[in-house]
Design a protein around this ligand. Structure first.
Ligand code: 28F
Length: 639
């Protein structure tokens, strides 16, 4: 962008830097906050809260209050030292104005200390300013209350003293810009999940959230002196721990920190959450690698030393992580975020740092708690034996299908396309709908695998049991990418896996069982957005010669109103199941690329997803009942 010289006014270098800054942000917001969809909108709040969290990490802030105001603006208040107001030596403007108008001016706070969410994540308050129609910052410092106001990156009211103050702290209110965000309405639950996670990760810090929007009034507060120990306790709600104490250690040296909390449960899946400067490193990285290698090495050393296994035997990584819930949190000064979604920690020195400290502390825990160590090692041993049984079962499955001569399950109607990116597979409930789908499909790109009735609830079954289910084996063979540690996304034969079930309660249950299987044994499939839910029509409306299909009650009502004055009698058919459609109707309403609508299944938050599957599919009824009661308002009931 060129800066045209206004007659008689000189832009100095720093003012040009300010001008170019927010113009660039508004032109390409996705470069700074990822997307301008709901995730990007909520990211604005996290950028402001991160600055308060940094003040807490520096030891000066104890409470952060986040409020969704009646007009859908957001206010964040902290009781820190208050942003500096002294004039910046070079820029000749107050420090608080620099923080909000110069890109990446956040930087590290004074000497030492960490800036949470470094890298892409820490774009700072200046980006929030650029993407807000208005931003008001109030500072309490030096016994005074100061105020400064911005709009779309520009300072519209210079810093001024507006009163006296007996306390210190910062308060920011911003109104997201509808010119940038398609949707500017904040979601309380989305903020709640992330703020609770930040409170778990920052022990002792209280973070409160309040919704003041009419009809949505709600508030709650998160404060965990135990930090990630309480996070593990929370993640293990509705699960049965197999040893009483949560293993925990923290090691702080001058420019890096590591904290680990973990506890084994009687489950078969593992839940490992790793963080770097409070960023959820969903793609893992050096710290997670260090944790895993220390865990496997120490468990084997302890198992051999105490004769759980022979010298010649060993437990695999998968064996020692079965049923494990763990949170690994590191803080470092210059985090390098890599990977597709910039959530993989690249700093290789963190592997050794975590591995060394994890190994020392875990060995000490096992030796000091022999009874708990015994429960844990017994679990690892049975996992190892079951894995061996599962390996034999998988080998048997491979041999059986080889013997059948069919490398793919007989019930699969495969597509002729060989490029997975162009191929899709429909998992269809019932043989009759399966038959219609096979007849109606596009044979080049669409495969069909009929599923007969309910599939096994894998949440409560171990892998060797799971592999006795025909339906499960057929899917594993058809997808071609393996399960668990053997999962390899590059071998996936279809890049769209479309669950097509009846639009009733049974159909929803089958869909949930399938999603449980995919999430527990093919996690990258769900996290990578390969899984979809087909949307069959609810109604078929015929009036005269015209036919319409509608997919929700609201759409049905609207259609009937729109066609009210067309000549002819209205005939309405409510579809109870896929089987009521002939193959042409199934094709044109639910499979045809140009007309169908599908819901892509994504996992926003691993901890939340794990909580949902554990609660919904686990064996504890009261928490399931509570979850359904709390979430019934989101369900479209099939009456
Ligand atoms: C509602 C959002 O942004 N709180 C903040 C501080 C405190 C200091 C600070 C912030 C630029 C780079 C130094 C005060 N006194 N809440 C907030 N609280 N920024 S942002 O300094 C930022 C300067 O490093 C602060 C002494 N040192 C630091």
């Amino acid at each position: 962008m060129s800066v045209t010289e206004k007659p008689g006014s000189q832009y100095n270098a720093s003012q040009i830097q300010v001008l170019e800054g927010f113009e660039a942000v508004r032109k390409r917001p996705g470069m700074y906050i990822g997307t301008t969809g709901p995730r990007g909108l909520h990211h604005l709040v996290y950028e402001i809260v991160d600055n308060s969290v940094d003040e807490a990490l520096a030891g000066f802030c104890k409470h952060i209050q986040v409020t969704i105001n009646e007009d859908n603006s957001v206010t964040v208040v902290d009781d820190g030292r208050g942003m500096p107001v002294d004039e910046h030596p070079k820029m000749k403007i107050p420090a608080v104005e620099v923080i909000h108008t110069v890109l990446h001016a956040g930087g590290k706070f004074g000497g030492g200390g960490y800036k949470v969410s470094g890298g892409l994540h820490g774009v700072g308050a200046s980006v929030v300013n650029a993407l807000s129609t208005r931003m008001i910052v109030e500072i309490n410092r030096n016994g005074k209350t100061y105020e400064i106001e911005f709009s779309r990156g520009k300072t519209i009211k210079k810093l001024s003293v507006v009163g006296e103050s007996s306390h210190t702290g910062s308060k920011t209110t911003f109104w997201p810009d509808p010119e940038i965000f398609e949707e500017t309405e904040f979601d309380y639950d989305v903020l709640m999940h992330r703020l609770r996670e930040m409170a778990f990760l920052t022990k002792g810090l209280r973070i409160s959230l309040e919704d003041k929007r009419p009809g949505h009034e709600k508030k709650e507060s998160f404060h965990y002196e135990g930090g990630i120990r309480e996070f593990v306790k929370h993640l293990n709600t509705n699960k049965d721990p197999i040893h009483p104490d949560i293993f925990y250690f923290e090691y702080v040296d001058k420019n890096q920190e590591v904290e680990v909390a973990m506890q084994y449960t009687d489950r078969y899946n593992e839940l490992l959450l790793s963080y770097a400067n409070n960023i959820n490193t969903t793609e893992g990285g050096a710290h997670l690698a260090g944790f895993k290698s220390a865990l496997t090495r120490v468990m084997n050393d302890y198992a051999r030393k105490n004769k759980f296994i022979k010298e010649s035997e060993s437990l695999s990584g998968e064996d020692v992580r079965e049923g494990l819930t763990a949170v690994i949190s590191v803080k470092l000064e210059e985090p390098q975020f890599e990977g597709q979604t910039k959530t993989k920690l690249g700093n290789s020195e963190m592997r050794g740092f975590v591995e060394t400290n994890m190994a020392q502390n875990l060995m000490a825990f096992l030796e000091e708690n022999p009874k708990q160590a015994q429960a844990i090692l017994n679990k690892c041993l049975s996992a190892s034996r079951a894995r061996e049984a599962a390996r034999k079962a998988r080998a048997l499955v491979r041999r059986q299908t080889a013997l059948q001569g069919l490398s793919l399950p007989g019930k699969l109607a495969d597509c002729s396309e060989k490029d997975p990116a162009l191929s899709e597979i429909f998992l269809v409930e019932g043989d009759s709908a399966g038959g219609s789908a096979k007849q109606g499909r596009d044979r080049k790109r669409q495969a069909v695998l009929p599923l007969r009735g309910k599939i096994l609830n894998v949440e409560k079954a171990r892998q060797d049991k799971m592999l006795n289910s025909e339906e499960i084996k057929n899917m594993i063979t058809a997808f071609g990418c393996g399960i668990g540690d053997e999962f390899d996304i590059t071998k996936l034969r279809y890049h769209k896996i479309i669950i097509m079930t009846d639009a009733d309660v049974d159909g929803a249950h089958i869909r949930t069982l399938l999603l449980t299987f995919f999430y527990r044994y093919m996690t990258p499939l769900v996290e990578g957005g390969y899984v979809y839910a087909a949307q069959p029509p609810l109604f078929r409306v015929q009036k005269g010669k015209k036919t319409w299909y509608t997919y929700s009650d609201r759409e049905q009502e609207k259609l009937l109103a729109d066609i009210e004055d067309l000549p002819g009698k209205v005939e309405i058919q409510r579809y109870k199941g896929l089987g009521e459609m002939d193959f042409n109707q199934l094709w044109e309403t639910t499979m045809d690329y140009n007309h169908r609508t599908m819901i892509q299944i994504t996992v926003e938050d691993s901890a939340a997803a794990d909580e949902i599957f554990t609660t919904l599919m686990g064996d504890k009824v009261p928490p399931r009942k509570k979850f359904i009661e709390e979430n019934a308002k989101y369900a479209t009931l099939d009456i």
